[in-house]
Ligand binder design. Structure first.
Ligand code: NAD
Length: 487
């Protein structure tokens, strides 16, 4: 079996205890993973704090930080194949996706490399003639980053990139499910030439996440995961009064009007809910379709869902692989059974295949006669689509917004004025019009409500890792007047 180590304070460290990681396609252990202790967390945070205060990092120019990030981006690109293969092996995410995703992971580091020396302060036109006032944007401090198993290289790049660009240091806790790509990433990071302690990477379960996110020297917690865990994180951060950015789940509406380009909408819906085997926070998992085209649309969708190639994640022909864990598969199956008992009708899928591996087939549930079906409100994190139909635009908006989440949304229509009305009316952090699941380092990403707060990607993300210092400089040589009057 392959074995991995933690990366703490710029050194690779053997852990006192280990756990086996399962290959989700075979259900067999394939690697030994280190299991962090609270002492490891404390050592990682201490090294991050030392690095944050060290002249080597604190006085490094932003341009020099950017050059290090650029070197990291090049190293990620050079090692793309091995990183993609490890992520596929350890999480079951199909190789077709991991190899495409790793290319834009490098692009995210490049974007933040370029942004490092463009994070600017401001000069204020202050209302006092003898004062100069300006704002410095300073790094917030030690960042605790906590990520889930799906797309770990990507979800950590959108934290590490902007945090290091802003001058912070980071301790990242990889998911205990499939941590191999992050532990390998640490090996690559080590070659980029950052000062020791700027990044540490360790792994472990909720107790280790709790020890990290409540550590008194942590200034900001950047978290991606489920809403229930986010509540723990917010409680943990009460210990250190750290700020938080929370990227959580979704139950995103995918709205199709009867004037839409149906071929395009069907393809986008397939990608929106079945890609990444449905383990995507932006999954367009609620199809909200205009009643007049519902049957025709579902017929085309069913045909495409049944043609999806389900197979081994390391095969380039595979389109849907296994879910990452057995618990994940059991949870998806239980939600389907509950929804069916509430009146949802299975259009396709919903049956577990025979054989080894945590496979789950593309599934479509018609919920028109089951308005309270669990599948309409709970996140599956699997390839399951729930369908409801509407008659009018107002009804479409009501259904779309009938969720506690607010991450993504899709609108398919050829009507320009309607598209603009929908963009305004939908409560979500992203509205995709006549497209779905498009991302870029330049565009911020994040949600409302149970989908969290804060943004990843774009300039907004880098600003989240800064705090503003207002500087007042008196320009007059005259003595300070009346000390009892505030100026
Ligand atoms: P999870 O919330 O169970 O775990 C996420 C991480 O939090 C893991 O590393 C875990 O060890 C850690 N953790 C668990 N309990 C903790 C605690 N008490 N204190 C600190 N850390 C703790 O999430 P998951 O089930 O692994 O991942 C799926 C979830 O992630 C879904 O809800 C999905 O929508 C969400 N997600 C969101 C985005 C986004 O960008 N918005 C992207 C991907 C996934």
């Amino acid at each position: 079996m392959q074995s991995f180590q933690h990366y703490i304070g710029g050194d690779f460290k053997e852990a006192a205890t280990h756990f086996d990681s399962l290959d989700p396609a075979t259900e067999q252990p394939w690697a030994k993973m280190p299991s962090a202790s609270v002492a490891d967390v404390n050592a990682a945070v201490a090294s991050a704090q030392n690095a944050f205060l060290s002249p080597e990092w604190a006085l490094m120019s932003a341009t020099a930080r950017g050059k290090l990030l650029m070197r990291l981006a090049d190293l990620v690109a050079e090692n793309a194949q091995s990183l993609a293969e490890l992520e596929t092996r350890d999480t079951g995410k199909i190789i077709r996706e991991t190899s495409a995703q790793i290319a834009y992971v490098a692009d995210y580091y490049r974007y933040y490399a370029g942004l490092a020396d463009k994070i600017e302060g401001a000069h204020l036109p202050i209302d006092k003639p003898d004062m100069e006032v300006w704002l410095r944007r300073e790094p917030i401090g030690v960042v605790a980053a906590v990520v889930p198993w799906n797309s770990q290289l990507f979800l950590s790049a959108v934290k590490i990139g902007p945090a290091l660009a802003a001058g912070c240091t980071v301790v990242l806790k990889a998911s205990e499910e499939g941590p191999a790509p992050m532990l390998e990433f640490a090996r690559i990071f080590d070659q980029a030439g950052f000062p020791k302690g700027v990044l540490s990477v360790l792994t472990g379960g909720p107790d280790i996440g709790a020890a990290l996110t409540s550590h008194p020297d942590v200034a900001h917690v950047a978290f991606t995961g489920g809403p229930e865990t986010a509540r723990h994180i917010v409680r943990n951060s009460a210990e250190n009064l750290a700020s938080t950015s929370l990227e959580l789940g979704g139950k995103s509406p995918f709205i199709v009007f009867d004037d839409a380009d149906l071929e395009s909408a069907v393809n986008a819906q397939v990608s929106g809910v079945f890609a990444a085997t449905g383990q995507s926070c932006v999954s367009g998992s609620r199809l909200v379709v205009q009643a007049g085209i519902k049957d025709a649309f579902l017929a085309r969708l069913k045909e495409k869902a049944e043609a999806v190639v389900m197979g081994s994640p390391d095969d380039m022909a595979t389109e849907v692989g296994p879910l990452c864990t057995k618990a994940q598969r059991d949870n998806a199956m239980a939600l389907i059974e509950k929804s069916v008992s509430q009146g949802a009708k299975v259009i396709t899928g919903g049956q577990l295949p025979q054989g080894k591996g945590f496979y789950f087939p593309p599934t479509i549930l018609d919920c028109d006669n089951a308005p309270d079906a669990a599948s309409l409100s709970a996140e599956f994190f699997g390839p399951v689509l729930s369908v409801v139909s509407f008659e009018t635009e107002a009804e479409a908006i009501e259904i779309a917004n009938n969720t506690q989440f607010g991450l993504a949304s899709g609108v398919f229509t050829q009507n320009l004025t309607r598209a603009h009305r929908m963009i305004r009316a939908i409560r979500a952090g992203i509205v995709w019009v006549n497209t779905y699941r498009a991302v870029s380092p330049i565009a911020p990403f994040g949600g409302h409500g149970l989908s969290g707060h804060g943004r990843e990607g774009g300039i907004e993300a880098a600003l989240d890792y800064t705090k503003v210092k207002a500087v007042w400089l008196r320009t007059s040589d005259d003595p300070i007047p009346d000390p009892f009057v505030m100026r």
